[in-house]
Design a protein around this ligand. Sequence first.
Ligand code: TRP
Length: 327
Amino acid sequence: MKARVFSGIQPTGNPHIGNYLGALKSWAKVQYDYESIYGIVDLHAITLYQNPTELRAKIEELAGVLLAIGIDPKHSALIVQSAVPAHTELSWMLTCVTPVGWLERMTQYKAKSATQETVGDGLLQYPVLMAADILLYQAAIVPVGDDQSQHLELTRDIAQRFNSLYGETFRVPATHLPTVGARVMGLDEPDKKMSKSAKGAGHAVGILEPPDQIRKKIMRATTDSQPAVNIEAPGAGVENLLGIFQAFTEWSNEQMKSHFAGMRYGDLKKQVAEAVISHLEPIQKRYREITAEPGYIAGVLREGAERVSPWANDTVNKVKRAMGIYT
Ligand code: TRP
C-alpha cells in the first residue's frame, strides 16, 4: 500500500501565487507517488465568521482551482472536510488528550485571537481539528507552507501523547517543505508573507486574476532605493520578485545570477510578470473548462468523500476501541 499524504486549504479569500508556490504545486507533484487526500477545510474557515453565501461559493471555486492546478481526481481524493464527519468525531477525541497550554502557545492562535472582540472556542481548537485531518488518514507526509510548521509539530505531539496513553494508534507524520518558493511575500509589503486575507489591493496575485491586472500589480510592487538588481544583496522586495520568478521558471541559481545581475527594476518586473502570466494562463483556461461542465465539481467531491470514508471510519473505530468508547 502506498503511504498517504494529507493537506488542507481554507476556502476563504482568493487563492494566490503564494499558496500555489508554497503548497499547491507540491500537492500536484506528490500525488503520483502517494495516496493523496486533499481537503477544502470549511470547518477551519468558520473558526472566524464567514458570510454563508460567500463561503458556499468559495468552496466550489477552490475545488475548481485545485483541479485546474493539476490535482487529478484519478490519483487524489479531493474532499470537503465537512462531508466526512469522521474529521469532527476524531477531533473531539483528540481534544481530550490535548493540554490547553499547548493550544494557548500557538502563534496563529495568539495572532488571530488578538483581532477578535470575543474569541470563539473553535479558534483555540483549530490545530486539534487540523491534527484530526492528518491523523485520521494515518498520513505519512503533510505538504504545507512554513507558517503551518508549528501546527504540524503539535500534531506530532498529540499523536505521540495519544499513543503513549492508549497504545500505538496513530502514525506520527513527517513534515514536508518544498525548497524553492516556500515563502512568497506580499508585493506591497515584502516583509510579510503573502496572505489571502490582507487588505492591500496590490498585495497578492490571485491564481485566477486577469493578465492585465497581474502586470499592473507586479509593476507596482515595492522594491528599494538601490539603482538596479544587486544580486548578492537585494532588498526584500527585489528578493521576493526574484524568488517568484525562480519558483515559476525553476531556473538554477547560476542562471538567475547571470540573467538578473544589474538589471533595472522596470525590466525585472516585466519579466517577472510575464513568467507569472504564462504559467497561470493554462491554469485559468482549465478552470474555465472545469467550471463550464455542470455538476463536474460536485461529482469529484462526492467521489472523493466516498473513497476516503472507509479509511476515516477505520481510524475512528480503532480510536474508539483504544479509548474504550462504546462501538
Ligand atoms: N491550517 C492550514 C492552513 O491554514 C489548513 C489545514 C487544515 C491543513 N487542516 C490541515 C493543512 C491538515 C495540512 C493538513 O494552511
